[in-house]
Design a protein around this ligand. Structure first.
Ligand code: FES
Length: 100
């Protein structure tokens, strides 16, 4: 679906769900994952439907991921870093419910 116009010149190695990903230095995590054919970055807390990066500029929050153990990070505005470990984010449905 998405592809780079050229191979990465300065490669950065990272993983998504344990899968090795080669990214271009300076690109965002979302761009690297899309170029690797990965579009499903998170699930909605209400329906559990998969979501993909949409705006690519930090406005829609459809690209939330967990990076190196930190949740709720926007993949589209987070630059890739050597050795980073990225995981899909599955929201906790119970956080939306009020007590009582
Ligand atoms: S893709 Fe919209 S905030 Fe990241």
């Amino acid at each position: 679906m998405f592809r780079r116009l050229s191979d990465p010149e300065k490669k950065v190695r990272m993983t998504f769900e344990g899968q090795d990903i080669t990214a271009q230095e300076g690109e965002s995590v979302a761009a690297a994952l899309l170029a690797a054919g990965i579009t499903h970055l998170r699930q909605t807390p209400v329906s559990g439907h998969p979501r993909a990066p949409y705006c690519m500029m930090g406005a829609c929050f459809d690209c939330l991921v967990n990076i190196d153990g930190v949740s709720n990070l926007q993949a589209c505005v987070t630059p890739v870093r050597e050795g980073m470990s990225v995981h899909s984010q599955v929201a906790e449905k119970d956080l939306l419910h009020e007590d009582g």
